[in-house]
Design a protein around this ligand. Structure first.
Ligand SMILES: [Ca+2]
Ligand SMILES: [Ca+2]
Ligand SMILES: [Ca+2]
Length: 444
């Protein structure tokens, strides 16, 4: 691979004098096919001259989290910490205020699932209320045949406590019922083992929790976040003993069916989830429907000049919103069906002079005039965009000789005229080239 790139780069550079010579040859200018290939060769050569060689497997797609619901099984699962995490008093105080014991707290949240973040995240049980039932905590990652059900914790497992009058830590599982049993409400301190997951291979996929609930040897049911048996609370202050780079989320669980005679206080077990920089993002489920939104920002070079790489000549955000109908069985997702696919494109910025025509998915937009340094924010309905395929292209017109150039999303190893980034990434100032470190963040 490396060798090919070098060779390709040398050819690119060696052809530069020929190209310059070619420009004075009028015959070449009027051969549109030749003009197109010459211009692109010139562009590639200058790109390599400016940035040096780049890996032949760069994809030029720097977006971080594309939902890929179809991909393979989770493999790494999780690791259990050697040390304990001690729950801060502030967290416990916040929790007890938020989740009033014995009160109906169901309005604090909706049914939800989550999406797998592109970083490790950690789950810690931080509170247990009084409960006769026992339970096993499951996390499901992915859906359909590839769904993986990971059982990673059970009631009181890995939790220790200290009474006000004791100086030593004891296992919660052995706390006598006359002292309060597994309820941590009135103990002085609580500490727990932590469960750290690395599911980056499944980034963007669906994940959710459920409690498998038992009454002695009789199974009561699966109490799932999909069916409003859990709350996702995002407003808890980050504890002082968690690094500030983390985001955190509280998951509060109700162990009796809220369709039955549950008190709906959601404090039988409370989990803290944290991750740097992100936790699994809760996604609200309304009427058993969920919206999966994917946005990519495409930054396009219009070839109006081949010596700047500002990638701001056309900046367009493309968004796909899939509405999926979810079907459950025993608290687990049994099927999801896409019931609508809405797509739009918004032209965020123009910074070039040549006329251009965008094609996004199956939709070819009207030709537009190039404009310098404007943010039109004009929106168009589009269809057929596939975020995994990056099927976005443009035709640009050379106003001097009328030649038309097709600009498409680059194949691996090609000098790019289009780059995909997250919609939060700002475009460059006029004629300020993107820097090389942009490519270094691009995944292979
Ligand atoms: Ca309850
Ligand atoms: Ca440019
Ligand atoms: Ca420009």
């Amino acid at each position: 691979m490396e060798r090919n790139v070098k060779l390709w780069a040398m050819v690119g550079l060696a052809s530069l004098p020929l190209l310059l010579a070619g420009c004075s040859n009028k015959e070449n200018l009027y051969d549109p096919v030749k003009a197109d290939s010459l211009l692109k060769e010139e562009y590639s050569a200058k790109f390599v001259a400016k940035y040096g060689e780049f890996s032949a497997d760069y994809s030029w797609d720097a977006t971080s989290s594309t939902p890929k619901y179809q991909s393979s099984r989770a493999n790494g699962d999780y690791t259990t910490s050697q040390d304990y995490y001690e729950v801060e008093t502030d967290t416990k105080t916040w929790l007890q205020k938020k989740l009033k014991n014995g009160k109906d707290n169901s309005s604090l949240g909706t049914p939800f699932l989550m999406t797998v973040p592109n970083n490790e995240f950690t789950i810690v049980p931080i509170f247990q209320g009084s409960a006769n039932y026992t339970w096993k905590l499951h996390m499901v990652v992915g859906e359909g045949e590839n769904a993986k059900d990971i059982e990673f914790w059970s009631k009181s497992k890995g939790i220790q406590y200290k009474e006000t009058y004791l100086s030593s830590w004891k296992d919660l599982a052995n706390r006598p019922s006359y002292q309060g049993g597994s309820n941590t409400e009135d103990v002085n301190s609580v500490r727990s083992k932590q469960y750290t997951f690395d599911l980056r291979e499944q980034v963007g996929q669906i994940m959710y929790f459920y409690l498998e609930v038992w009454n002695g040897n009789t199974k009561v049911g699966n109490m799932s976040s999909l069916e409003h048996q859990m709350l996702a609370l995002t407003d808890c202050p980050l504890p002082g003993n968690i690094d500030k780079k983390n985001e955190m989320l509280i998951i509060a669980c109700e162990d009796a069916s809220i369709k039955g005679n549950s008190d709906k206080d959601y404090n039988e077990v409370v989990l803290m989830v944290y991750g740097n920089p992100e936790v699994p993002k809760p996604v609200e489920i309304t009427n058993e429907e969920v919206k999966e939104v994917t946005t990519k920002r495409y930054m396009i070079e219009d070839l109006g000049s081949t010596d700047d790489f500002d990638f701001n000549d056309v900046v367009v955000d493309v968004t796909r919103t899939l509405t999926k109908k979810m079907t459950y069985e025993n608290g687990k997702l049994s099927a999801s069906e896409t019931i609508s696919d809405e797509q739009k494109a918004v032209i965020r910025h123009l910074g070039g002079i040549v006329p251009f025509q965008l094609k996004i998915g199956n939709t070819t937009l009207e030709e537009m005039q190039g404009q310098m340094d404007v943010n039109p924010d004009t929106e168009f309905a589009v269809t057929g965009w596939d975020p995994d395929q990056n099927n976005v292209s443009a035709t640009v017109k050379d106003v001097n000789n009328g030649s038309v150039h097709a600009v498409s999303f680059p194949h691996k190893g090609e000098a790019p005229m289009i780059i995909a980034v997250d919609a939060e990434v700002q475009w460059m100032e006029e004629r300020v080239s993107i820097t090389k470190d942009w490519f270094e963040s691009i995944k292979k």
